[in-house]
Every structure is written in C-alpha cells, then in structure tokens.
Design a protein around this ligand. Sequence first.
Ligand code: ATP
Length: 353
Amino acid sequence: MKIVVLPGDGIGPETMAVTVDVLHAASRRFGLNLELDHDISGHESLRRHGATVTPALLEKVKAADGLMLGPMSTYDFKDESKGEINPSKFFRKELDLYANIRPARTYAGVAHKVGKFDLVVVRENTEGFYADRNIASGGSEMLITPDVVVSLRRITRHCCERIARAAFELAMTRKKHVTIVHKANVLKIGDGMFVDTCQAVARDYPKVQLDDVIVDAMLAHVVRAPQRFDVIVTTNMFGDILSELTAELSGSLGLGGSLNAGLDHAMGQAAHGSAPDIAGQDVANPFSLILSAGQLLGWHGQRKRLPAFNAAAQAIEAAVAAAIEAGEATRDVGGRLGTAATGRGFVPRLLAA
Ligand code: ATP
C-alpha cells in the first residue's frame, strides 16, 4: 500500500519526520506493507518547481492509496498565477475530499478545564465560504471597487447530503448522537437547506438522536459542557473554526488530528496550520499528525475491511493516550520532551502494543 508523504512548511518537516517513523513502526508491527513515497510541496516545491504543487504530483497522489500532508503556509500563497496554490485546497478539491473528520477528546495527564469529553467535528470540505474551492474556475471573492469586496458562499444539496451521511455513518459507530451546527436564523436559505438536508438524511438513521444548535451559541455550549456532544456536523467555515476550539479544549491544538476523506481518496493532515512561531525549535507537538496518520490507516481498514489497519489505527490512538499520561510528550500537553524525543519514545511504545 503506497502513501505519498509531503512534509509541508513551518513545523511540518519536524512533525512529519516523527510521523514517518511511526508509520514505519506501525507497518512492521501490524504487517501493513506500507510503502512511503516522499515528495515535496509548499515553499520547497515553489522554489524547486515554480509551484507549491504540480500536476505530476497530483497524478502520483491519485495513483497512490493515501496522502499525508504536512501543515502549509497557506497565508503566504496569494497568487495562483505565480504557482502559489494552496496545497490543502488543491488536494481537497482535486480529489473531492468532501468529509473533514476532526476528532477531539481529552486525555489523562493533561489538565482540562472543561471536564472529560470525546466528540468529532464532521466538516463539509468542498464548498461553503471557501472562495478558492467553491467554483470551477477563478475565485468567488471579488474586488468590486477598491473599497468594496463581495465574497460568495456556495451551498449545494448534494454536498449537504453527502456530509450528513458521513456524520450519521460515523455516529452509528459511536454514541449515536448527531448535532447540526448552523446559522439558519440569518443564512436562512443556505443553512436552511443544510439543516433540512441533514434532517432528511436522519430519517435513514432512526437509531441516531438528532438536534441542532446555532453556531454562535455552540461556542458557548462546547466550552460549558462539551460532554453533551458526540458527532457535530457543520458547513466548511464553521467546522474549521469550531474544530480549532475543540482541539484546544482537549488540551492543545497539537492534538488536533484530522482526516480528509472522499469516496476514493483520503488525506491525513493535522487540523492546525504551520505554526511559524514555533517552527524549527523542536517544541511542536507531533501527535496531531500522528493521530491523522492513524485516521488514514483506519479509513483503509474500514473501507477495505482490513483488520490489521484497524488494529494499527486503534493502537496509535491508545499509544498517544499512554504517552501523554506518562509525560512522554511535548510541553503544550504537560510533557517534558521535544518533538524528536517524543517520536523516539513513541516508536517502541507502538512496537510493544
Ligand atoms: P498558519 O498561518 O499556517 O495557519 P498559525 O500560527 O497562524 O499558522 P496555527 O499553526 O494553527 O496558526 O497555530 C496557532 C497556535 O497554535 C500557534 O501559537 C501555534 O504555535 C500553536 N500550535 C499549532 N500547532 C501546534 C503544535 N503541533 N504543537 C504545539 N503548538 C501548536
């Protein structure tokens, strides 16, 4: 099974180096026969190939079984005509990775101010307020006059329907509770369609409890009592913002694993950005990317019914929890190690799982 590995920018190279060691260890321990194909994207690709991502790289990723994408300096990439393409958008759009699955749970050993919780944000990933991905050509943000900007949001019944189904399928494997997060009191037509479509899909899952919360109130609810949530389904921008909050509430943004999944392709990618403020200092938490790699293995396990991949995914999550509890983690989660040493301690833990 071939996985393309793109380290990315900022803390990407440090955290991906550790994650690569973990994938090799998981392959050995669980007999996964993983083949990792290392390539470049982001600033390094811009320097060497004149573009942050290339058509050849896309073809390689399409032919592979999965992609691990490191964090990207998306804020630096402003002009696509100069090769400055947002790699994250590029793969999500080109591979139609419509479901962004972002789990957040608390861990023993990390002080958490809001009590124990375990939830998943299921974020629509291909339209919404994301101006660089919701139309076929060009962008949906326009400078009308030097002082007037119009940003368009696209919502389609098709995309609402498939993200709702992803959320309900996930809920069936968990506590069977889905919460729709929306702003249908203001975005009456677009979010109205999102809510209606989720409610229609819910009829196919009578065992799943369904409720809905308006996004601004949701930020208060998730801080006050995150325990009341299981699977949260929402549109693109709300999901991006909400999942950063839930990751931080779980202990650190550095615990925010994430999977971008479509019908035929999947990409593991940490929920956070490139964190330039801590890049190159050996302090970045690699667990967000390691957990994302675990999610990618789990996606293969479920989709292709490969028990060894499911076992590897579960072992990675359990080993992360055990490492954090033992303090063999980075300082943001109360540990005493740097990025590289966290990886060196983690590999034997996984091999012994
Ligand atoms: P970008 O512009 O690429 O989004 P950013 O710094 O604006 O980068 P994030 O990368 O999401 O946004 O980081 C937000 C904060 O969380 C920063 O203070 C960063 O140092 C911290 N952070 C992000 N990822 C990690 C990590 N893996 N380990 C520790 N701290 C992290």
